[in-house]
Design a binder for this molecule. Sequence first.
Ligand code: DC
Length: 223
Amino acid sequence: MIITIDGPAGVGKSTVARAIARRLGAVFLDTGAMYRAVTLAAVERGIAPADTEKVRGLFEVCRFEFRPEAEQMRVCIDGQDKTAEIRDPKITEQVKYIASAGPLREKLVQMQRDFAAGCERIVTEGRDQGTVAFPNAAVKFFLTADPRQRAMRRHLELTAAGKTISLEEVLRQQQVRDASDENREVGPLKPAPDSIPIDTTTLTVDQVVNRMEQIARKIIDGR
Ligand code: DC
């Protein structure tokens, strides 16, 4: 059984997806971490993220591992823990090259499907989970929130992780990312026609999770 959660950067997808997964006894998959891991692998090897052919070659030589843990998804490349590095704003700025390359998206969507095939229940979050990766998912959510509110949340996360960056800079990067997420030709950020919209602007994490859990349980019980 698959539950998808899509939405823009900073809307709180990972936090609520993790909480919902815990409540429903499901595995949690953060697909943004996959795009970030491929970007980091390219940068570390001196490959330009925009060079799709060379980046594609990385799938043959690198071992990417994604392990769901209670508080986060552990990301390892060739056995080395890269969970923190993939969140660096320098990586965040370059993910768009990987995210807009059709052949790379195909690879990552396949990895997501393989991952889901091994799970009885999964909550997966990203941009195209309900539209491209899992169009037949049992429950689909699409989260939205006011852009400044989203930037404030992301800024808090980054400063808590010891990064020095201004709120205005986070907002600027977010606008660039929103535009690139929404306008790319492959796997753009958009709600699936059968997704349930949730605006999180004025809601606490608990309120969002409660509402989503209620909806999900109703759909699951009615199947
Ligand atoms: O959710 P995030 O900020 O960690 O995602 C990082 C980037 O990866 C984001 O800019 C868009 C891309 N992404 C994507 O294109 N498709 C997904 N399913 C998940 C993330």
